[in-house]
Design a protein around this ligand. Structure first.
Ligand code: URA
Length: 199
């Protein structure tokens, strides 16, 4: 991971990596989708069935909800967002990744942040927040707050959001997700990040 000097090199390194056992049961490596120089980097958890089939993150039902949510604040993987995960291979039956599997993939996720150096890092879901921020607080406590991802001299503005798969299971929590999107929107405005008008 450390040797990669671009997102393309990092993708090649992930594809060649044999240190995570999940690769053996997955159909595809799922690394990223979107704009590699984007001002917003979103990191989710692990690929599911649709992502494993297509080799792209967030393309199933939760991905469709994610795209709708991002569009509300002028963000899209076509113009200004890069999307990735903390795990690059689908865990069998969508089980939770083990701590060992998570640790094996972490250097790649950290390198991605260092290469992209986004204006805003969005972490969706508990596993992503805990892994990237190295904290154990509940996601309902972490969400929507202005936080910093600090690693090796980097300090990246970061916001935790509720995972779209959680919102599909708990639709009454969508009002919290809406509040978080508005918080992210005002932070992006303060940072002068260009966003597209709603289609
Ligand atoms: N959930 C995630 O966290 N990531 C994906 O890529 C798909 C669903």
């Amino acid at each position: 991971a450390a040797a990669a000097t671009s997102v393309a090199e990092l993708r090649a390194a992930v594809e060649a990596f044999e240190g995570c056992a999940l690769k053996a049961t997955a159909r595809n490596t799922v690394f990223s989708d979107g704009v590699e120089t984007a001002p917003v980097l979103l990191i989710g958890e692990a690929p599911g069935k649709d992502e494993d089939q297509q080799g792209k993150p967030f393309v199933g039902r939760s991905g469709q909800l994610l795209d709708l949510m991002l569009a509300q604040i002028g963000l899209s993987r076509r113009t200004n967002v890069l999307i990735s995960n903390t795990i690059y291979w689908r865990p069998p039956g969508n089980r939770d990744p083990t701590p060992g599997e998570t640790l094996a993939c972490l250097p790649f996720a950290e390198r991605l942040v260092a290469l992209v150096q986004p204006k805003l890092l969005i972490l969706t879901g508990k596993a992503s927040a805990h892994t990237m921020l190295r904290r154990e607080d509940g996601v309902l406590k972490l969400r929507g707050r202005r936080m910093r991802y600090e690693r090796e001299g980097l300090a990246i503005n970061t916001m935790v959001m509720l995972h779209p798969a959680y919102l599909l299971r708990q639709p009454q929590q969508k009002r919290l997700a809406w509040a978080d999107l508005l918080s992210a929107e005002s932070w992006l405005d303060e940072m002068g990040v260009a966003r597209a008008p709603l289609p």
